[in-house]
Design a protein around this ligand. Structure first.
Ligand code: ZN
Ligand code: ZN
Length: 182
């Protein structure tokens, strides 16, 4: 995933380099950059190394590369996923970061999952699929749901992560009766 963000500023000591070392893939990142980017590869590596990695609480998105205008902002990572998946997600976002710095230098990132990203994903040794599912995270998502409404007609219960907007009237599709918020 990739989003452009206009306002947030992230301050964090945890960076792409610290997490790459943690996941034991920093030498792989260096090797790939030096092999594929013969001009100014060290400058590029320093840029990549210093991008912050911040913890995400999302139960629907495993990771996200965030940029502001022409500048990388951070990588958001949901750490509650299977270990092998976590490394894969991390490298998926690093591929977005490299794609931005190399193919969209000085410009906003519009690359999402096109050929540039695919190239770096393969070079980093991951399968270039857009999305990966975490069973564990899906379970967490399910557990966060709570009872939000009961149908006033047939009594069916409705579970959601977020409460319903109390200023609106919701109708039960199946029986047409209004829902009673809980
Ligand atoms: Zn992506
Ligand atoms: Zn009903």
């Amino acid at each position: 995933m990739a989003v452009n963000e206009s306002s947030d500023l992230f301050i964090s000591k945890l960076t792409v380099e610290t997490w790459s070392r943690q996941f034991d893939v920093w030498s792989r990142v260096c090797e790939v950059i030096r092999r594929e980017q013969t001009v100014a590869s060290d400058t590029l590596l320093i840029q990549i190394a210093n991008v912050p990695v911040v913890r995400s609480r999302s139960t629907t998105t495993l990771g996200c590369y965030v940029s502001r205008n022409d500048t990388p902002c951070c990588i958001r990572l949901q750490f509650d996923q299977e270990p092998e998946l976590l490394v894969h997600t991390f490298l998926h976002e690093v591929a977005h970061l490299i794609d931005h710095l190399v193919s969209f230098s000085g410009r906003p990132y519009r690359g999402a999952h096109r050929s540039g990203w695919t190239f770096w994903a393969i070079a980093l040794g991951i399968s270039p699929c857009r999305t990966v599912k975490s069973e564990y995270l899906a379970q967490q998502h399910q557990q966060r749901k709570k009872l939000v409404a009961v149908c006033s007609g047939c009594g069916e219960s409705f579970y959601r992560i977020r409460r319903l907007n109390r200023n609106r009237t919701y109708l039960h599709k199946q029986c047409g009766s209004p829902l009673k918020p809980v």
